[in-house]
Design a protein around this ligand. Structure first.
Ligand code: GLA
Length: 387
């Protein structure tokens, strides 16, 4: 990949002298969905696929962007002195948003940049191609200009830029998973405090599989922001009767005792998901530590039902993938992963059932939806790096 992006850089800019190449990973979330902006826990891991960025400083203040994933857009130009979100700027709004956020914190790049990108995360699959693009940009800026930021800062800046520059009110999970990834480990993160702990996720007799429904999920301007608003409305009602900062502060018992305070029925369902999912995530990580994979899988299944029925972020195609997975002996657990409204499922599948899983789920999906699913065995990778 490094060679691929370097070669393109050479073609576009004459040579590759003094060019640096950086990488940041995408992520898959095992459990803890739509809990991150509700002050709850998440359990994602970084992937070995992600975004590669070749960069060289320029003599002037120009920024040039080229993505091998959007070749028809050609080279897009702007200036570091005039960064603002523009619809026509397409994907460049993500790296621009990060540069803008650094500038807002007084970290000003003192020259322009030529940037060439290549990403090997399927677009719109819900595996955080945008977060990996934000994190690789932050990591590159730190390295090129010597800015004093940690990887956690890079994650926070990425999230801030996505919220403020790109209008998507995401939580911290994706950027954190990309910036703090560790090979063969998932990250158990408390989003209320940013305290985290790594948990090895190498299973002796099973694989973590990602299945792409190939239904593109687009979160900007989607129901995602609505879900967030519904959760916040529920929290506000609850705060009238119990002293809590976030839905993640509530135990199941507390929620059940006070849920009558939530005025709107839909908001009550959203809050129920957020509270139960947070508790499920805590239990799931405990189960993993106790080597109780069966319980972990059962909690994944419950997570799906809750996301489907109470949080309403699944879609027909994803439900088909999950239902078909559940039918197979050797599938320990299966659920939608990521923001939802399309994208991927994540499943734990016993080694000797992997072939059956791919074959049976694949053909049933085709028969029931007319669409083709893609299957990947997850390799858990590390955070950002200079290659
Ligand atoms: C998207 C967001 C994350 C998180 C998930 C749902 O991926 O970017 O912050 O909210 O959805 O768990």
């Amino acid at each position: 990949m490094k060679e691929k992006v370097l070669q393109k850089f050479g073609e576009l800019h004459g040579n590759t002298e003094g060019v640096s190449v950086y990488f940041a990973p995408g992520r898959v979330n095992m459990i803890g969905e739509h809990t991150d902006y509700n002050g709850g826990h998440v359990f994602p891991c970084a992937l070995t696929i992600g975004t590669y960025m070749a960069v060289r400083k320029r003599e002037d203040r120009k920024l040039t962007f080229y993505s091998m994933n959007f070749e028809d857009l050609g080279v897009l130009e702007s200036s570091i002195d005039d960064i603002k979100p523009e619809k026509s700027a397409g994907w460049t709004n993500y790296p621009k948003g990060v540069i803008w956020a650094f500038q807002g914190k007084g970290m000003n790049p003192d020259c322009g940049l030529d940037i060439v990108l290549y990403g090997n995360i399927p677009n719109g699959s819900g595996l955080s191609s945008s977060a990996s693009l934000e994190v690789v940009t932050g990591y590159m800026l730190k390295d090129q200009f010597g800015f004093d930021v940690s990887n956690v800062d890079i994650a926070l800046i990425g999230q801030y830029s996505e919220n403020q520059f790109n209008g998507m009110n995401c939580g911290i999970m994706d950027q954190f998973a990309s910036a703090m990834g560790k090979k063969d480990n998932a990250i158990f993160l408390d989003t209320a405090t940013l305290k985290y702990e790594y948990a090895p996720l190498v299973l002796a007799d099973a694989k973590v599989m990602v299945t792409n429904s190939n239904v593109k999920h687009s979160l900007v301007g989607s129901d995602y922001n609505t879900r967030r608003a519904e959760s916040e409305a529920a929290l506000k009602d609850l705060q009238g009767v119990i002293d809590v900062k976030t839905l993640g502060d509530l135990s199941i018992e507390e929620f059940e005792a006070h849920k009558g305070a939530i005025k709107d029925e839909t908001c009550a369902k959203r809050a129920k998901h957020a509270v139960y999912e947070n508790q499920r995530t805590i239990r799931a990580v405990e189960a993993l530590k106790n080597n109780d994979i069966a319980l972990f899988g059962k909690l994944m299944n419950e997570s799906h039902v809750s996301l489907r029925d109470d949080y309403a972020v699944s879609c027909d195609e994803i439900d088909v993938l999950v239902e078909e997975a559940w039918k197979i002996d050797g599938v320990v657990g299966s659920r939608i992963t990521g923001g939802g409204f399309g994208g991927c499922t994540v499943s734990i599948v016993k080694n000797d059932a992997v072939d059956t899983f791919i074959h049976q789920v694949g053909s049933a999906y085709k028969a029931r939806t007319g669409k083709t699913a893609d299957f990947y065995v997850v390799e858990i990778g590390a955070g950002p790096s200079k290659l």
